[in-house]
Structure formats: C-alpha cells, structure tokens
Design a protein around this ligand. Structure first.
Ligand code: BG6
Length: 527
C-alpha cells in the first residue's frame, strides 16, 4: 500500500497554497514513480473514459507522478486521428478535470503522449495491428513493453477483449519484455454464476496477479483512511467488537436520480449497483481483522473472511431483513423531480429498485450478535456516505437523574462529503447542577490538512501502474460478495415486486426501512 505522497518536483512547481506551511504535511514521503509504460484504454470514447479515466491520467501527469516515458493508447471503434482524439480529450478535460483551468504546459506535454488506435473489438486483424502499434510505441517512446490495459468498455465486451488479447499474446509477460496488467471495471458480473464465469474467462488469459478489478470506493481518501484509523491507532481496536459495539450503520445516500443511465440502471438496480460492491466493501473494512502485513494479499485475505462470515439469506430472511424501494415523484433541493418510472429509458411499469436497506449479520468471534444495517438509495434528501459505529450504553447509568441523559458513544466516519470523523461522548454542562449532554469531537480533513484529496481514479490508476493491488478486489472476494447478494435477487424474483413506487423523491426511503432497525429497538441515524 502506498503512503501519502508528495513529489519533490511537483511540490516545487505548484504555487504555494498558503503563506503558512502546514505542519501536518511536513515530512511526507517522497514519491515512487511508475515504470515507463503504455496505458491502453479500451472504450476510450465512452463516458467513463471522458469523465474519470482521462482526467485522472491528466492530473497524475500534471502532478509529476507519471514517468516521462509514458503513453496513452486510446482504443475504440470510431475513426479518429491522434490529433482529433486529442482535441476530444481536451474538451473532456475542460469539463471534468479536477483542477481547473488546464495547465497549458502540462496539457501540451500530456497531449503529445496520447495516440489513438481504431479497433472493432471483435476484429481479429485489429488486434494484430494493435500489437504492432504497441511495439512501435515501445521503440519510439521507450515504454519498455510495460502495458496496463484498462477496460472501460461495455461489460458485455470484456470477455471478448480479454480473449483477443490472449489470442495475440498481448498478455504475455515474457522475461525482460515488461509487465502486463489489466484493469476491469464494475459491474463484475450480475450474479454469482456470471461473475464466476467472467473470472474463469479472464483467468484463462491473465494470472490473478495481473488482474485489477476496480471498485472506486476503495480509492476514496476517507475509505483508505479507515484502515489507518483502525490499524494505525492503538485505542480503538480493543473496543472494536461485540463487547462494546451495539451495531453498525453504513449509508450510501445519493440525491441524484438515474440521470442519463436509465437503460443501464433498469438492468442493475440499487442492489447490484451499490450494495454488492461499494457497501459490502465498506463493511469488510469495518469488520476485518488486522492483516498480517499491509500488502495486497494479506489485506484481501482478511476482507474475504468477513464476506464468508456474512450469514446468507434464506427467502424468509429476505422478506424480514431486506427492504427495497423505488422513488416516485417528489422534491429534491427545492426542485420538483420525476419519479423513477418517468425517467428516460425506464419502463413505466419498472420493478427495478432504487433503494435497498438490509440487516446483515457477520457471524464470527468478533461480531457475533452485532447487526450491520446497510442502506443505499437514489433521490434521497442529500448525498452522504457514512459509517456509524454505535457503542453500547454504559453498564451503569450513574447520571440517570440528569435532566437530559446522554446518548451512548458514537463514532461516525464521514466518507463524503465533509470528509471527517466524529466522536460523540458525554460532557457535563457548565453550571452548578449536574446536567449531562452529548457533545461531538469533530475532525475534518478539509480544515486539518488544507489540501484537496485526489480523485479515487487517480489513486487507483497510479496503484495499478505501480503494481499495488491492495485497493482492488480479488476474484474470490467478488464471488463471495455475489454469494451474499444472489440469493436476495433470486428471492425477490420469486416474490414479485412490492407496490412501487413506495417512497417520494427527497424522502429517506420507504417507511418499511424504518421498521428494520425499529424492530430491534434502534433507528437510522439522522445524517
Ligand atoms: C457508481 C454507481 O458505482 O457509484 C453510480 O454506478 C453511483 O450509480 C456512483 O452514482 C456513486 O459514486 P460516488 O463516488 O459519487 O459516491
């Protein structure tokens, strides 16, 4: 796992942010820069490439985190020349680059490293030409045969591209000829069976150590900090278990609807889009045991154990412990918004869920009996991702006669926005009496470090270029996550959908979701 980065070159070039140096940023380790390499971007004309991947590469370049001998070979079906594709990248960066305006010098140098190769993903001859182009780039640009293939394609094209890369030998790591890695985007399969099949197909060509499956939540600064918080501090770990923790709530709330992705979302729904990956990944990081070492396989071994310990749902459990919802028309940010069924490319009778809440059990020594409540939804009142660890009541309520009794301790980790960590504890109200209240101790990234966080894609792409797979999901991990979710999807299919829509846009989801913790005498935290 890389540590906080700061380049000496980058630091010198950047304008100072403030006249006053930030003591918390002193002494950060200097960077490791990846090997010379070619970044081969399949699906380079698509939305993901424009919004996320190319802006992340540009930002890495601008921050001097990429080597001089670096090339982006954009691959897609549409006809472009190198020059016309560069113009398109420039327009994308003007909209989506994290730091605006573009830096003219950095852009000129970065643009010179972008090439375009037209390819029909199923055309055999096209892959031969691709191999020749990559060899030529190695000679002209010194990329030394190191290649990172990024599959930002439609999910249905992944198998074909991987098979073709294997057919022409572009996966081979011949001794001395450089490394070959492949990044595969989510969704990785749509149930256990398809994910297993996809793993098998990818595994016919690439070794597991060459495969980097992206879940961009793992690249978020605050998610990475969760590991530092848990395993870099001595005082939390001893209480991080069933003796002290009452329950855990993990929320991924979005105020946006499905935007222009209606067709995709119809096939996906909230459970495949967020719960199977982002929510379960957050769960693993909260619940895992300390890894033996801070490296990819040790970390992932522990995460897999958590997923294995999650109790599988019977159809009866699904009825009791999972709530799904779909938004109807309503108001978000004081604006009227359409219901899901009125969104573009959505079936007016759609039964796809846009909200899901679940009560999970991690049945192991540490967590036996501690419920994990997970929820996610679109068109909720605000965008907020948070992990809340609710501690148990004190064993003896010494201050029960106080005019207002304090709430039990709570630790809330705000993943986004207002990134930070809040600890709630009891304090005496100043005065002659003995009045006790809950107060908050609040750490916020923004005001503490006074520096912007990298985008998750910057972190993940740099890690893949450096050969660090810690923040990528392993084949067995993906399959275990599907092993939890697939019985739910199957039970839902057998039950038929509830009476959708069942929550108004701008509300916190269906009423039935409140019953989930309420049945256990708990409630969702107000975020
Ligand atoms: C994606 C989902 O994986 O994550 C989207 O497909 C969702 O539906 C997005 O909006 C949320 O990501 P973030 O980084 O905005 O929280």
């Amino acid at each position: 796992m890389r540590e906080l980065r700061e380049t000496r070159r980058g630091a010198r070039r950047r304008p100072p942010r403030s006249r006053f140096p930030n003591p918390l940023r002193e002494g950060l380790r200097l960077e490791r820069v990846p090997d010379p390499s070619a970044f081969v971007l399949f699906g380079a004309t698509g939305d993901l490439a424009h919004r996320k991947v190319l802006p992340a590469l540009y930002q890495l370049w601008r921050s001097n985190l990429l080597p001089q001998e670096f090339t982006v070979l954009a691959v897609a079906r549409r006809p472009y020349s190198d020059a016309t594709f560069r113009d398109e990248v420039r327009s994308a960066l003007e909209r989506f680059a994290r730091v605006q305006p573009l830096d003219a010098t950095a852009w000129a140098a970065f643009a010179g490293r972008i090439c375009y190769q037209q390819l029909d993903f199923s055309d055999d001859a096209g892959y031969d030409a691709l191999g020749e182009r990559l060899d030529a780039l190695d000679r002209e640009r010194g990329t030394q045969g190191n290649r990172l293939y990024y599959l930002a394609t439609q999910p249905s094209q992944v198998t074909e591209v991987v098979r073709q890369l294997g057919r022409v030998g572009l996966d081979h790591e011949v001794h001395g000829a450089g490394w070959r890695r492949v990044i595969v985007e989510k969704p990785f399969g749509r149930d256990l069976e398809s994910a297993t099949r996809l793993n098998r197909e990818v595994g016919k060509v690439f070794r597991e150590s060459q495969v980097y499956r992206i879940d961009h939540y793992l690249g978020k600064e605050t998610v990475r900090n969760l590991l530092v918080f848990r395993f870099g501090n001595g005082i939390f770990e001893p209480i991080w278990n069933r003796r002290y923790v009452d329950h855990v709530q993990i929320t991924v709330a979005e105020s946006i609807g499905v935007e222009s992705r209606g067709a995709f979302y119809e096939e996906t729904g909230a459970i495949r889009d967020i719960l199977q990956n982002h929510l379960l990944q957050l769960l693993t990081l909260v619940a895992m045991e300390p890894p033996a070492a801070f490296e990819a396989n040790s970390l992932r071994d522990e995460k897999v154990k958590v997923l294995r310990a999650v109790t599988r749902f019977s159809p009866e459990d699904v009825r009791r412990l999972i709530v799904r919802g779909q938004y109807g028309p309503g108001w978000v940010d004081a604006q009227p918004v359409a219901g899901y069924r009125e969104e573009p490319e959505v079936d007016p009778l759609s039964e796809t869920e846009t909200y899901v809440a679940a009560r999970l059990a991690v049945d192991d020594w540490r967590w036996g009996g501690v419920p994990f409540y997970l929820r996610t939804g679109k068109r909720l009142p605000k965008r907020a991702t948070e992990i809340a660890v609710q501690f148990k009541e004190v064993p003896h309520r010494l201050f029960r006669d106080s005019s207002s009794e304090p709430d039990p301790n709570l630790l809330a980790m705000r993943i986004q926005p207002d990134e930070g960590i809040l600890l709630r504890f009891a304090a005496k109200v100043p005065g002659l009496g003995l009045d006790v209240r809950s107060v908050n101790m609040d750490f916020t990234y923004g005001s503490t470090f006074v520096v912007g966080s990298p985008d998750a894609y910057e972190t993940l792409i740099l890690d893949a270029l450096l050969g660090d797979a810690s923040l990528f999901t392993r084949a067995d991990e993906v399959e275990e996550a599907w092993g939890i979710v697939t019985p739910i999807i199957e039970a839902w299919a057998a039950m038929g959908a509830p009476d959708f829509p069942n929550y108004a846009a701008g509300s916190w989801g269906p009423e039935a979701a409140d019953d989930l913790p309420a049945r256990d005498g708990r409630r969702w935290r107000r975020i």
